[in-house]
Design a binder for this molecule. Sequence first.
Ligand SMILES: Cc1ncc(C[n+]2csc(CCOP(=O)(O)OP(=O)(O)O)c2C)c(N)n1
Length: 488
Amino acid sequence: MVFVTAGPGLSNALTGIHSARTEGARVIVFSGSTSPSLRRRNAFQESTFQALPLSGLYASGEIVHYAATPESTGEIYTAIRRIAVGLTRPSGFIAHIALPAILQSAPCPRPANRGLSFAAPPAPAPTMATRCIELLNDGPFVTWIGHGARGAASLVRALAEKTGCPVICSARAKGIFPEQHPQFAGVSGFGGHDTVRRMMRQMAPRRALVLGTRLGEFTSGYAADMVPSHGFVHVDIEADVPGSAYPDAPLVAVQADVTEFLTAVLPGLHPAREVPLPAAAVPAALTPRVTGAVRPAYLMEAVQRLVVEDSNATVLADAGNALAWTVHHLHFAEAGRYRTSTNFSAMGHAAAGILGTVLASGHQAVAIVGDGAFLMQNEISTAVSVQCPTAWIVLNDARYNMVGQVLPHLGFDRRHIEIPPVDFTMLARSLGAEGVRVERECDVDAALRAMLAAKRPFVVDVVIDAAEMAPVGARTAALSPTQLPRAL
Ligand SMILES: Cc1ncc(C[n+]2csc(CCOP(=O)(O)OP(=O)(O)O)c2C)c(N)n1
């Protein structure tokens, strides 16, 4: 639940609300609404459907699934009921309740009828399950998983090990299928791995079984060579997802929960005669260099050892190069250890969202953020105020480098991408948190250990080498004006 004041409190929440909607979260926003007697009289921060040019927040539709401005306790009961029903949706729900002051403190007895049961997740119709079994038994296939498969990790593994299919994942699905598994073919799309498209070329699968991913631009790049000869068997809880990214590709669309789908089809699938994929070669570890700023790839190796493998911390990656470095270099063996936003990807989402991750999970979390994204918010003070032991690793390159690295490819110069140098440890200390600055690779490990041992908000300010190109792959080419028609 999110509580915001009227006017700017609500308008500031818009990006977060939309991020939550596009990433499938469940959020109920409460805002203050101007009392009826003051409306349309230039009331201070007037907040109503008519006065605030954010009408989408006040009506059920594309921004929020449900909106209400109750003006009586009776209407509050209606809103409670609608929210309760909305929360049973399997794929996220956003509500906005605008409450006038008079109702904010009005007595409101608990509604008598609170019994609501969550509907069972949808299973595929038996005829559809049989058809999918036939299609998947009809030739080699790959499995392409997304965040929607997060509850089905053991079934995805059983599917792969029974049928021998390679598994590709989206960035948000990292860890659902262990990334060190010999059948893991890599992460697709932005920041992902060349091994994916190489495997698609070499194996030439007949079909791809898509489980719980929208195959949006970030995940697929709409790459034509990711479409197998006989197209997709696409399973998603939302009916409008299959076919949306690749409207021309052959498609069998299945509206179902991934666990239910796999439970239904797994027994009927033929076991593999051999497992086709050799394990991907593990690159040699980088040795610390004595001069120069920290290479992001070196930092990621240290994060892999100390944070991913030696701690149980959740890793969050913010928008910017942090996303590319983490998607590419970190490897997870369990679902839920890596969090990011790949649809709306607003800078600052991880820098701020880490508080929610730590407070809601009760576990340690580490946010990896660019200096630009870190400067866009100030949740250090909030973390200190609520005594939340958050840990931030700031990739300090004194620039908006994701943009800076792309500009020359688009024929633009790099003006206006620099950020005046910031010492984030001083910022952290000034706000009551702790911090360590790292300027050499040999100091990375000690800083990360201090961060993991800290019981208070902690910032590791890492001066990174801005010249190291982030592994964004084909994304840069897709943005080029000459490539756009093809990418579109
Ligand atoms: C609120 C917001 N503004 C702008 C963007 C577009 N954008 C994406 S990454 C980026 C630059 C990120 O810079 P920084 O946080 O310093 O990270 P770096 O890429 O340098 O590691 C920009 C401007 C965005 N995603 N969100």
